[in-house]
Design a protein around this ligand. Sequence first.
Ligand SMILES: Cc1cc2nc3c(=O)[nH]c(=O)nc-3n(C[C@H](O)[C@H](O)[C@H](O)COP(=O)(O)OP(=O)(O)OC[C@H]3O[C@@H](n4cnc5c(N)ncnc54)[C@H](O)[C@@H]3O)c2cc1C
Length: 324
Amino acid sequence: MGEICVVIEHRKGEIRDITFEMLFKARELCRAFSHRLTALVLAGKDSGLANGLAKWADRVVVFEDDRLETFNADLYKDILNRVIQEDRPFMTLMGHTSWGMDLAPALSVKTGLPLATDCVDIQAKDGRPMVVRQIYSGKLFSRVSFKESPGYLITVRPGAFLPPDAEAGSEGEVVNQDMPADLAEPRTTFVEFVDTGAGEIDITQADLLVSIGRGVGEEENIATIRELADRMGATLSCSRPVVDKNWLPKFHQVGTSGKSVRPKVYLALGISGAFQHVAGITGAGTVIAVNKDRKAPIFRVADYGVADDLFKVADALKEKLAGA
Ligand SMILES: Cc1cc2nc3c(=O)[nH]c(=O)nc-3n(C[C@H](O)[C@H](O)[C@H](O)COP(=O)(O)OP(=O)(O)OC[C@H]3O[C@@H](n4cnc5c(N)ncnc54)[C@H](O)[C@@H]3O)c2cc1C
């Protein structure tokens, strides 16, 4: 039986959502390929991270050491290379995050294994993985197959797979490993983690997004939509022109040059539905669009559409919520 290995991502002692997305997808692939699922934890001493992972994987392999408290591409590459040489996992998944983007290419060179990056889907075909990637800024999806190889490396786009709480299985075995004695001195050191400033929001974590586009017309009009979002308990996001006009800061932007989001509900107000925007909401649950142009492309991806003035709809919603 082969193995699919997921490299666990964590920050400040917390496992990051991308980890569970990868584990969820890896479990599906394990069923397709009849492999077992291994979660690989590289973390600081007594991190306790393995406990929360045992129900997601058949095996949790743990390397704990003070040097691994924060991500270091050199050390990770060295240890992963040894794990790959020893266990020969059929497939190794990493997040397409600042970690994965730093680590995966170097690991590919070190191991000689093929790498596909920023994948939004992974399927099984002829005994090998076949991945789906977006090209031309998300306008097209391309299917990429690998040449026969003893192993495959894949980075996964955050938000591409189902919500992390969708599945958890039986308890896996936890295997504590000794740190290799001859690790090379890393060329980089962790200096500081700089948090986003107070008051800033993370639209990638929101369950409910109210998103505004150029259709909002004027900066002054944003207040009324913000009020609606507050009443709904939603987070405000936007399309790129809203950021380009300096009406909202960049961290609100959804899309290829903004963030990929996966709320349960995405309410798009006055957004036309350009592909660069829509590429950022492929992981959204229900998409509701309000646009006064009934031919707007956003209606092609919306589950529900209202062809009307966004302010009329916003006022009606506020009234409903006030009466609720
Ligand atoms: C390299 C590149 C990267 C890009 N990255 C991104 C990205 O990450 N995110 C992103 O969003 N865009 C991105 N864009 C821009 C993208 O191509 C579109 O220009 C942009 O998404 C359009 O934003 P919009 O829908 O808000 O505006 P518009 O396309 O101008 O649409 C406004 C819509 O509002 C409707 N409307 C107007 N008034 C009202 C009203 N009162 N009530 C209801 N509806 C109304 C109109 O009918 C129209 O459909 C990128 C472009 C490039 C070239």
